[in-house]
Write a protein that binds this ligand. Structure first.
Ligand SMILES: Nc1nc2c(c(=O)[nH]1)N=C([C@H](O)[C@@H](O)CO)CN2
Length: 117
């Protein structure tokens, strides 16, 4: 078993509870941790034997383009389901950071995890 990380992935999406948040997209920063069996790629040196983190990043950016959720939690659920449907990861942990949204905080964030069933 092993882990693959993507940190600080910039994802533009329409998200937010309030009317002013629904007038334009917001940039979120995503940290993604995938539980992956790395043994085959460690032997073969072939990207086909692992989860290609570039393709995972593309998938997540695309989910952002197509989504219009209000809550980070709902957006995160969609991201985790899309990644687990498209890639052979055994689990995913996702932290979603929303910068500069509260007047007295640098960022807000939610973190969630999902195992393949
Ligand atoms: N737990 C959450 N709380 C809030 C969210 C959210 O996505 N999850 N969102 C908002 C607003 O959209 C925020 O961006 C501005 O206050 C409020 N609380």
């Amino acid at each position: 078993m092993g882990k693959i990380y993507i940190t600080g992935l910039e994802v533009d999406t329409l998200i937010g509870v309030y009317d002013w948040e629904r007038e334009r997209t917001t940039q979120l920063l995503l940290d993604v941790t995938l539980d992956v069996d790395l043994q085959a790629a460690m032997q073969s040196d072939d990207v086909a034997d692992t989860v290609d983190y570039a393709k995972v990043a593309e998938c997540i950016v695309q989910v952002g383009k197509e989504s219009t959720f209000e809550l980070l939690e709902a957006f995160g659920s969609k991201v985790m389901n899309s990644v687990l449907e498209s890639f052979p990861a055994n689990g995913i942990t996702l932290k979603i950071v929303k910068p500069n949204i509260l007047p007295n905080a640098r960022t807000v964030a939610v973190e969630m995890s999902k195992e393949r069933v």
